[in-house]
Design a protein around this ligand. Sequence first.
Ligand code: HEC
Ligand code: HEC
Ligand code: HEC
Length: 396
Amino acid sequence: MSESKAEKPMFVLLFAGFGCFLLSFLGMGLGPWISLSATMEPPKEIADANPYKDENGDKTDIGRGRETYINEGCWHCHSQFVRPVANEEFRYGPVSESWESMYDVPNTFGTRRIGPDLSREAGRRSNDWHYAHLWNPRSTVPRSIMPKYPWMFEQDGETWKPSDKAKDLVAYLQYLGGAKKEEVRKMVWPSRVVTAGAPQVTEAHGRRGKALFEKHCIGCHGDKADGVGLAKDFLAPSAADLTTRYLPREEIFRVLFMGSEGSAMPSFSELTEKDLWALAQYVHEFGKDVRGPALKTADNAAAVDRGRQAYINGGCKTCHGEDGLVPESMESLQPAPKHFRDRLYSADYLKHVFEKGRPGTVMVPATGVKPADYDDLVAYLSSLFDRQKYKAEEDR
Ligand code: HEC
Ligand code: HEC
Ligand code: HEC
């Protein structure tokens, strides 16, 4: 049998070697080059001014923040590039385009993801969240392995406040992907409306709920769920004291799924529905004792009537709505006013809110209500609870 020249081992190696080279050149050089150069120009509606420098060439807060990001080595653990591979879009939003990093010299793409990609971070978390997280990541994410950055904070009496360095860094984080925020919101942020009712309670639910609460929630809400956790000095509004309120499980599910925009309360929509219900069950138990006494005050019809007047005269109606039905125009407040049809509070906590408001929100102290009318107002707010809708919840 005669061998043709091309079948000689030397030629086979030569062709194979050249073929591999050509293939990698096309796949890893030419392909990306073509697809990336198609997105060199930002869309017209997006201003392409350098965000890191002002007109005089001085660094902006975002620019200084970026410098800190590089100096502190945040890029060792965080990438800033949404890759065009399976499912990245579902987690982070649209795939990165060239123009988004046109002023990033040197670039901060990063290669390793010990933590999540940060290129779509804008608006995902509140500033409070970021400060608490930088101070001690375990305050907002109890099992985090990200290092602490306490040197970005200054002591102010008993507490610690973010330094200018931390503020600039957070301005930078809130800038990342800002141009695509709306797109990210549509693709990633929760939009599913939950219609299914709460499932039957089982004992396994309770155990699972406790474990999840310890894993995700105690940094802010505290291990007693009273709102006193590691992060407390940084949060305004403060984390809710979950022992002061009776929340139906559907309502807790809603908050967990959506988060509370304008506060540090994040969305946990990435958890499974089963886990969310387990958490809802666990949190529901904290405020169970509030229900009886609160409904009892609501049974005093005369007090409820007087309370209704105090509610109207006190200006509560503007934001919380007629009979506690929050008007649509107020739903866009961040955070949005609470809807009294889906919750009951303890009388003590309500009086505390009337006096102190909720610092960090537009809910200011109720100066338009006389302390003598507090009891009546408590009765009225409790009467707004939708007993019919949550009847099943009571019978369980
Ligand atoms: C040793 C690796 C490591 C370093 C260094 C690091 N991080 Fe992280 N980071 C993580 C991990 C892991 C998480 C996920 C857990 C968590 O949220 O704390 C995370 C989460 C985050 C998040 C939350 C993202 C989100 O929306 O869930 C932000 C923001 C962040 N890091 C910013 C920074 C900044 C800014 C720096 C530098 C000052 C930094 N990280 C340095 C590992 C790191
Ligand atoms: C980073 C801090 C933080 C973490 C982590 C956090 N929360 Fe919150 N939570 C808050 C803050 C702040 C509020 C108050 C929001 C507001 O006033 O609008 C809140 C509010 C709530 C509320 C709403 C109370 C109401 O009256 O509407 C519920 C329920 C809740 N959190 C449950 C949880 C659960 C369960 C977890 C864990 C899965 C959790 N939170 C994790 C900060 C946090
Ligand atoms: C300018 C709009 C506005 C007005 C007026 C207003 N509220 Fe509020 N209220 C809010 C917002 C926003 C929140 C949500 C704050 C938060 O997330 O902690 C809130 C929350 C509350 C809460 C729940 C606090 C908590 O921890 O869950 C109570 C109770 C309350 N308001 C009572 C009243 C009463 C009573 C009045 C009238 C005296 C009143 N509000 C007037 C906007 C308003």
